[in-house]
Design a protein around this ligand. Structure first.
Ligand code: PLP
Length: 388
């Protein structure tokens, strides 16, 4: 039986591993499997491969290799950065700042800090999802120690003015972290120019394997040890390394760097083509987020009068994979905190769908998706009591 081709439009949730990435990983499962901490040759070979991968990830964000610490996920990087830095600086103050639209990895870390007695300010965003630099200026206090604002939002794709927010934070002597999990490989990133102290990254959003991430920590910042044990990751994050995962992440980062300009141009073209098509062919639809400062492959629509979950299921039956929010929250029915924060009315939040394009998306995929989407919306509206 011929397998049905999936039109995959959920690249913000995860991406397929590229063949070149898999090829780079394979020998390290079987032949070159040595423990990087072992002193004999196959151990040292693994150690060298990790060193190489560290350089590859560092190069993609303009960092030095020694500033990259491999972790188990973007989520872990967020936890380590935000909770770790807040606890470390606690003697100086117990106030931290973040935004109202962070990923749950950061949001729940902030809530944890609140339970631990910290005072957390959640900066509001405007109708396109932007944090205002003035709001940050007003929120910073004598006892503020850490500020964390995401580079690119995973639901609506809005890109924040990170360099400016970081500058304001530093003027007041606090540390600045950014979650760049969605931005990596989709936006040129230069940590030196941005000035950030910490940046979270994840492999599986850039065609690398799942279960591996990294935290950039600027030289001179001695973030306390996150995992206690052996000497791995300069003694900061103990545990035998995810050798194959790290090698895959490194290769994926190298490819992302080589193809960055063409990747951005292609995704922007696809995104704008799809927006135009959907807006002209379907009525009562709006795009959430900024049309200007937005991730190249992200579109988030609200279709009035219908449920996003129902659209998702009809599209799934047509072989199209999309999301109603971030992958992590799509299984829950709580309305998206991101769409609430930008002021989408609660009845409309449920009618929102995210389409995210990637390197393997074609124009034909989008033509098919638009056609099926139109049919799904019309079908659901014809039976919806809200549209009558
Ligand atoms: N931060 C953002 C903005 C994300 O989009 C995600 C994943 O969707 C994460 C953090 C978590 O990364 P990971 O899946 O590697 O834990």
């Amino acid at each position: 039986m011929k397998e049905k081709r999936i039109i995959y439009l959920d690249n913000a949730a995860t991406t397929p591993v590229k063949p070149e990435v898999l090829d780079a990983m394979i020998p390290f499962f079987t032949d070159s499997f040595g423990n990087p901490s072992s002193l004999y040759s196959i151990g040292q070979n693994s150690k060298d491969a990790i060193k190489n991968a560290r350089g590859q990830v560092a190069a993609l964000i303009g960092a030095n290799a020694a500033e990259i610490f491999f972790t188990g996920s973007g989520t872990e990087s967020d936890n380590w950065a935000f909770i770790g830095a807040a606890m470390w600086k606690r003697p100086k103050g117990q106030h931290v700042i973040t935004s109202a639209i962070e990923h749950h990895a950061l949001m729940h870390s902030a809530e944890y800090l609140e339970k631990e007695g910290f005072d957390v300010t959640y900066l509001p965003v405007d109708s396109e999802g932007f944090v205002s630099p003035d709001d940050l200026k007003n929120a910073l206090r004598e006892d503020t120690t850490v500020v964390s604002v995401m580079y690119a939002n995973n639901e609506i794709g809005t890109l924040q003015p990170i360099e400016e927010l970081c500058g304001i934070t530093h003027e007041r002597g606090a540390l600045f972290h950014t979650d760049a999990v969605q931005a990596l490989g989709n936006v040129p990133l230069d940590v030196k120019k941005l000035g950030v102290d910490m940046m979270s990254l994840s492999s599986h959003k850039i065609y690398g394997p799942k279960g591996v991430g990294a935290l950039y920590v600027r030289k001179g910042i001695s973030l306390p040890t996150y995992m206690h044990g052996g000497a791995q990751e300069s003694g900061k994050r103990a545990g035998t390394e995810n050798l194959t995962g790290i090698i895959g992440f490194g290769k994926a980062a190298e490819l992302a760097g080589e193809n960055l300009d063409s990747h951005i141009e292609k995704l922007r073209g696809l995104r704008d083509y799809f927006i135009e098509k959907v807006m002209t062919e379907i009525s009562d639809v709006r795009v959430n987020g900024s049309l200007d400062k937005r991730l190249p492959g992200n579109v988030n629509f609200t279709f009035k009068y219908i449920e996003g979950e129902a659209i998702l299921l009809l599209l799934d039956m047509a072989g199209i994979a999309v999301s109603t929010g971030s992958a992590c929250s799509s299984a829950s029915l709580t309305p998206s905190h991101v769409l609430s924060a930008i002021g989408v009315p609660s009845e409309d939040i449920h009618g929102s769908i995210r389409f995210t394009m990637g390197d393997f998306t074609t124009k034909e995929d989008l033509d098919y998706a638009a056609e099926e989407l139109k049919a799904a919306v019309e079908k659901l509206r014809s039976i919806s009591s809200l549209s009558n």
